[in-house]
Design a protein. Structure first.
Length: 339
């Protein structure tokens, strides 16, 4: 949908020079992990080009840092495909499957051995995410993964209910279900720094994080609107606005774009005042520098995102309602090689 792809973000778009090599390394990892096992899924997987997304999200990353980002976003994308709303999976089954995935997100101590393909891939990503990270940072990263996973049963209950979500309640849920907070954690991980909880309490920081999530999630909703509408899914801001405001979808799309423009201006104003806010809160030099590095990373995240939509084929075509978007059952047990 060109109206979203052509949205003029106020930040430059850059891409990691390691993208093409990372794309090859990721496909090798996906095959070895059992995430890609047949030609149908491989064609669909390759068409998404998650490596391009990660390379534009993290233009300064390369090597193992970029590989972790690609693999983590892939796992999140496949979790989303596993619980796609158009499949009408009962909420209790969604919750049971999500509990299996949640079990691997241990911050301290030894996690249980994962048995499913998707859980095993998540465990691998999580172990690499935690390597070398502080306990405070690991706890935050685990919380953001839990937000994402715990949103699926909530979405499933909402889809089966008769009450429509309001715009504000939808955005609150979307910030958790959209995976963006986990991706913002990767901005720190892949670039080799951490922000402290104290720094994140500086006035305006949480709003910057929320604005980034809202912008990324809303671009996604606009680009996937036609595909999700055709499948009968309702978890989309455009559809929420259309239901809440009434009128044609074109009106809801126009409002969505106006909202994104306003969010961009709010982001720019908040970011401009952040150095002064850090000084007022008496942050250390290191805390301030790392927080400003994160905000620069958020600008890179937002600026590079539309270019991925111009090339990915993730939102092309319509998959009939009730049919899985990804053919393989990713909750299946890992195949053990007998000796």
């Amino acid at each position: 949908m060109n109206v979203a792809v052509n949205f003029p973000m106020p930040f430059p778009s850059r891409c990691s020079p390691d993208r093409d090599a990372a794309r090859r390394r990721n496909l090798d990892w996906a095959r070895a992990s059992g995430l890609v096992t047949n030609e149908i899924d491989e064609r669909r997987y390759v068409s998404w080009d998650i490596a391009d997304l990660a390379a534009r999200w993290l233009p300064q990353a390369s090597g193992a840092g970029l590989d972790l980002a690609v693999d983590a976003i892939v796992v999140g994308t496949l979790i989303d495909e596993q619980f796609d709303g158009a499949r009408d999976i009962p909420p209790e089954q969604v919750r049971a499957d999500c509990e299996t995935l949640l079990a691997v997100l241990q911050v301290e101590g030894r996690p249980p051995s994962p048995v499913g393909v998707l859980a095993t891939a998540l465990a691998d990503v999580w172990a690499r995410t935690c390597q070398g990270a502080s306990l405070e940072w690991r706890r935050r990263a685990a919380r953001h993964w839990r937000w994402f996973l715990e949103a699926f049963p909530e979405e499933a209950r909402w889809r089966q209910g008769s009450v429509r979500l309001t715009r504000d309640r939808f955005l609150a849920l979307r910030r958790k279900s959209g995976l963006v907070y986990m991706m913002m954690d990767l901005t720190e991980k892949a670039n080799g720094f951490e922000t402290t909880e104290r720094a994140r309490q500086v006035p305006g920081v949480q709003q910057l994080l929320d604005l980034t999530a809202d912008l990324i999630d809303t671009m996604n909703d606009v680009c996937s609107f036609e595909k999700e509408h055709a499948r009968g899914d309702v978890h989309n801001l455009v559809l929420v606005l259309q239901s809440e405001r009434g009128g044609p979808c074109e009106k809801a799309l126009a409002e969505t774009h106006d909202t994104m423009r306003r969010w961009c201006q709010e982001f720019i104003q908040l970011a401009a005042g952040l150095p002064e806010a850090c000084a007022r809160q008496q942050l250390s030099r290191v805390e301030t520098d790392n927080l400003l590095r994160l905000v620069q990373g958020l600008e890179e995240n937002i600026g590079g995102h539309p270019d991925w939509y111009r090339t990915t084929r993730r939102y092309e075509g319509v998959i009939p309602r009730g049919e899985a978007a990804y053919a393989s059952d990713l909750m299946r047990p890992v195949a053990r090689v007998s000796r």
